[in-house]
Design a binder for this molecule. Structure first.
Ligand SMILES: [Zn+2]
Length: 137
């Protein structure tokens, strides 16, 4: 199922993470509950420079994910040629540009077409009981 929504708290966390990484790029995979993006999966092996995030490790074939998110410290909110190749690996791909606020991000599909993602309130209560979450935190 392709994600069409993002939890507002998750978006805020993503924006804060991008801001914290500035002037370097931030990159992670997206996790969805149904059609709502609820979490990001940060890969410790991801190397970031001011030029680009190393995308190779994101393409792990067995990794279940809803898509990707990465930041553009230069503020451009459109995919680079490299991005377009990488986007083919995930249904929804977010690009967050400097200054990392709620109006400086866009979502793209596998083909690099802009798609709209609705920001929604999401109840995280159930997830707190999740074993997976306990392992992560
Ligand atoms: Zn990019």
């Amino acid at each position: 199922m392709t994600a069409k929504k993002i939890a507002s708290e998750t978006l805020d966390f993503i924006l804060a993470s991008c801001k914290a990484s500035h002037p370097h790029e931030f990159g992670a995979l997206l996790e969805a509950d149904g059609d709502v993006i609820t979490n990001i999966i940060y890969l410790p092996g991801t190397t970031a420079t001011d030029e680009s995030v190393s995308l190779n490790t994101w393409m792990l074939p067995n990794m279940k994910h809803a898509g990707s998110i990465h930041s553009h410290p230069n503020g451009a909110i459109y995919p680079s040629e490299e991005d377009l190749i990488f986007f083919q690996a995930g249904d929804i791909n977010l690009i967050v540009g400097h200054p990392y606020n709620r109006t400086s991000w866009k979502a793209f599909d596998r083909s690099g077409n802009k798609v709209s993602i609705e920001i929604v309130d999401y109840d995280f209560q159930d997830d707190l009981m999740d074993d997976e979450m306990d392992d992560d935190f």
